[in-house]
Design a protein around this ligand. Sequence first.
Ligand SMILES: Cc1ncc(COP(=O)(O)O)c(C=O)c1O
Length: 421
Amino acid sequence: MTTKSIPFSKEQLEKIIAVYPTPFHIYDEKAMRENARRFIKAFSWNEGFKEYYAIKAAPNPYLMKILREEGFGIDCSSETELEIARRVGMSGDEIMLTSNDTPLSEFKMAMDLGAIINLDDISHIEYLEKNLGLPETICMRYNPGDLKQGNLIIGHPEDAKYGFTHEQMIEGYEMLKKKGVKHFGVHTMVASNELDPDYFIETAEILFKLIIEVKEKTGINIEFANLGGGIGIPYRPEQKAVDLEYVSAGIKKLYEEMIVANGLAPLKIFFESGRMITGPYGYLVTKVRHIKNTFKKFAGLDACMSNLMRPALYGAYHHITVAGKENVPGTVVYDVTGSLCENNDKFAIDRLLPELHPDDIVVIHDTGAHGHSMGFNYNGKLRSAELLLRENGEVVQIRRSETIDDLFITLDFEGLKDFNV
Ligand SMILES: Cc1ncc(COP(=O)(O)O)c(C=O)c1O
């Protein structure tokens, strides 16, 4: 039987819950570090290889500090994310800003931090020049249009709001060169949660072709190619993780045939993955609150979609393990729900699970990316704490849970007294 396991026993979870009540997300530091090392090792043939962790996946500075220690940079897409980078102590080419419809204040903050700016549109060249001046290094986001098939989450590249067209890329490099920019990069990101390893090799080929063309047409040597994020993870037990060594070998072959052979080496390879870096190493730990029998059987948890909205938003599958019942076969079909006044507040629909009872500990897998980070406060629901299972087995809280006072902090209840109706 294909299955997925959890890195803690029921007894360990009970001890953690005695200190930190459910629900909470907990991240497995050891597994996260091992995966980070494997990624870097797979691309060790490429001098200057760097993964910029897409902090939107889990915007927690403690996780970023760990990943930075493993050699990762940070990919930011907002001012708040740049502020996280700053507070972690990151600067310069450790930071890449890949945003869109970018406000001036965000460009300014990125410039102040010395971050690599990845422009989303040709009009941003003059906008940046006029308002802040151009930095020495610039990257541009390529939208390959119908050259590349998109996938379910991101859709067809032609319909996407992101990036420059092919003609705009060439024009953009020419403009930037004339304006005195010295170092250039290229970026693309056209897939999300993609499990086909060949997809990423094909993306590299598209960028390498463009790099050759840019050299021919503008004389520019592009110094780095950012292949974006989008590497999928096996949410379902029967799925297979992307073979990073296979992807790396495929890209290396193209690098030799296209980049080295055309005298365009060295070219640094970058990624800005989020999901595959933390996704599989996070777990939402929650307890069964009530079992309800009407037209269906419902297991109501003490977590809801404000802790994890992927199942409600995309119908995404997240595996569920019941602590202490790992080896008990599923015999009952449940809809596993939260308590939000939204009927799609369900973590699973028609899921075969061992028989559940109130207080059973339910562990929802793969919540380390776009889990806590996509949380929201509809119905006044509070976002949970985030915990870290350290390599030595210790558990530390890396974000406390919200309180009702946190939600009310933007309201002036004092002013309510004098507010006449
Ligand atoms: C520009 C950009 N880079 C990187 C990522 C990270 O993607 P993933 O978490 O799928 O690796 C995203 C995700 O939305 C993105 O929009």
